[in-house]
Ligand binder design. Sequence first.
Ligand code: F6R
Length: 258
Amino acid sequence: MEILMRETPQEVAQQAADIIGGYVREGSTLGLATGATPLGTYRELIRRHREEELSFAQTQMFLLDEYIGLPYDHPQSYHATIRREFTSHIDVHDEHVHAPAGMAEDVIRATADYERDIEAAGGIDLQILGVGTNGHIGFNEPGSSLNSLTRIKTLHPQTVADNARFFESQEHVPAQVITQGLGTIQRARHLLLLATGKHKAEAVKRLVEGPLAASCPASILQWHRHATVLVDAEAATLLHDAAYYRYVEAHKPSWQRY
Ligand code: F6R
């Protein structure tokens, strides 16, 4: 696991866009997170696309998760959110932007179909992740099986409270979601977790330096062969070994890719 620390959220977005851009140039398949954290990164990627530095025409994209029961055109569905915030501003083909079918009549079947779609695309090369204040990734809440596949989950009350800011009120946040499982996420070839702000410091400490445990689903990054944790100064405040992580990056061989 590589820990990269940057001073500000803007520097995190720049570094993340550098890493993602390398994959986009190779026509790789990306896994996308929604939520507030990657928005700066998406804006930076849009800017690079407009400057003609990056084309997404060969890229497939798979969302991590989706609310159950929100119509696709609901502004808070992840299907609509990712188009509004990111993909409608770049040259990715719309049919290459995949999301779990939260409105399917047979939601259970839709979860299996999603696994199959990811596999049929050759798997995910780079999975972008955010982390919940309770340590969730995707919507794998604490207690999620470490080897789970795409499935239905009930949101933790803390996640409902955290996400209420995007809805009229807490009561409007759907209780259930479809999410890629922790096993699904671990199949991605490279995991890139972004975290910014003081409110993420505890989760970052637990995922990087705590035990590998279902009580902190993001700790599965410790088990992955190629995981990068990219944080700003505020999110890094509780890291015990911060000086060592800086030393490692300062001594990174020039041939080693981020
Ligand atoms: C969203 C997702 C979630 C978020 C997490 C952090 O697709 O998978 O795990 O990444 O809840 O959300 P923000 O970035 O809004 O703090």
